[in-house]
Every structure is written in C-alpha cells, then in structure tokens.
Design a protein around this ligand. Structure first.
Ligand code: 1GP
Length: 259
C-alpha cells in the first residue's frame, strides 16, 4: 500500500502554528441531487483560496457518496477533499483524507470505537490520509440530526469547563485534531467561551462548525481561537455567502499580519 502524503494534516498544523485562519466548505451528499450541477456552479472555487472541502453527513438516504466525491474532486482542483464521515458507509479512496473521528462528547460506544473498528480495514485499503480527530458536539441543548443519529447529548455551551475536560481527555488519548461542532443548521454555534476554554488546553488545530451563518459569527469563532471554520447550510442557502466569507478571511488574515 502506498503511503499517502500528509497534506491535509500539514495544512491544518501550519494554520494553527502560523495563526492564520482557514475556511472549509462542507457538502452534504444527501442534499446533492445532481453532483454535476454543483461542479458546474462552483467551477470558480478551485482558485478561490478556500482551504478545504469536506464531504459527509450524519444521515444518508441516497447511494451517491462516491459520485459526489468524484464531482467535488473535479471541482476542487488543488483544494484537498476530506471525508467527514457520518458512518462507515462514507469511505471511498477517491478523496484525499478522512477525519477519523471519535465522538468523545458522547457516551455511545458505537461512535466512540464501534464504527471505527468496522471502518479501519476499509480505510487501510485506500490511500486516504488519516486525521485522528476528537469530535465534540456542543450547543445550546438543541437536538439536531447528528445528536439523534449518534444517540448522544451535546455538551452545553454554558459549561466550557466540561468541554475543556473532554478536549483534554482527547489530547491525553493522543488525538491530533479537535472538531467542535454545534450540529448542522444549529440555531446557535459553539460558544466563544467553549472555544476559548478548549484553546487553553489544546495546542493543536481546532476546527469549529455548526450554525455559523454570518461574518460576525465567523469572526467571533476566529477571535476565540478556532483555526478552521466549517460552513455548510449557509452556503446551501446562499452560494454567494462563500465568496463573501472568503473575502473576509483574506482581510482578517491580512489584518493579523501572519501571511
Ligand atoms: C456540520 O459543522 C458542520 O457538521 C456545518 O454546519 O451546516 O450549520 O454550517 P452548518
């Protein structure tokens, strides 16, 4: 088996080390009726400065995962395409990397280790770069698809010390990337207090997503210590939002003087 280049891990680590902020677009394959259309509509993305494209979803009612990955790869050009798997069914070797997640905010063994055991031999047969990632669901108590499907409750936004302890446990377990997610389409994103608390104890890349639908929310998450922000629903609703936040990211990084 060929060893994949550590392209995405290096990219996330260099964002974190430089202080530069990154942006990822999450595509939910279940919402892709026609992947070719997506490819045509977003041809401009390959030259846009977007850092990553993630593909995945907590619930799949279509059998189109590989087809979507292939279309997204064509659209992405040099931008890495990363699988953000909702289950072991979302593993194909045509992407560049996979977030190998453990849902450590939950207490469901199936999402802590069960799916991972089933997925590991499938991943080993690909050239996917594996990104060992602590996955923490955090929000205002809303139950979104991801909570329902995983049968776990989110960490409360109002208790940053619980998120901090959970992230610290992930760090001591050796996980290398940390994803704080409020859940797709969440009414409230992960609180800045939670991001700050996790940032205090984790000197690794922190990815934040869920319910970020304005430049103000994006900026607040960056200021709190997020290295990479993931946007899904806001781009589905308004594709122009992607271009606006990309402009903002350039402005923000220039203002930090870390380029
Ligand atoms: C969901 O973090 C992602 O897992 C993105 O969420 O769709 O709310 O942007 P949104």
């Amino acid at each position: 088996m060929r060893k994949p280049r550590k392209k995405v891990g290096n990219l996330l680590n260099s964002l974190h080390k430089s202080g530069k902020k990154g942006l990822a677009w999450l595509i939910d394959p279940d919402k892709c009726q026609n992947p070719k259309e997506l490819e045509n509509q977003f041809r401009w993305v390959k030259d846009s400065g977007l850092d990553l494209i993630m593909v995945g979803g907590s619930h799949m009612s279509r059998d189109n995962f590989k087809e979507v990955i292939l279309s997204v790869k064509k659209m992405a050009g040099e931008i890495p395409v990363v699988i953000f798997p909702g289950s072991q069914q979302q593993i194909v070797g045509d992407a560049d990397a996979i977030l190998f997640l453990s849902l450590i905010s939950g207490r469901n063994p199936e999402y802590l280790i069960g799916q991972q055991v089933a997925a590991a031999p499938l991943v080993a047969n690909t050239n996917l770069e594996v990104l060992p990632t602590a996955y923490l669901l955090v929000n205002h108590g809303e139950i979104n698809s991801v909570h329902y499907i995983s049968q776990t409750v989110p960490l409360p936004n109002s208790r940053p010390e619980l998120a901090q302890a959970t992230a610290l446990a992930g760090k001591y377990l050796g996980l290398k990337f940390f994803f704080l997610d409020a859940g797709s389409g969440s009414g409230n994103p992960v609180s800045t207090q939670v991001i700050v608390a996790v940032r205090e104890v984790v000197k690794k890349p922190i990815i934040v997503g869920g319910g970020i639908d304005s430049v103000e929310k994006l900026k607040a998450a960056y200021n709190a210590g997020a290295d990479l922000i993931v946007l899904g629903n806001s781009i589905e609703k308004d594709p122009g939002f992607l271009a606006r936040v990309l402009d903002f990211k350039v402005w923000y990084n220039n203002s930090l003087n870390v380029n």
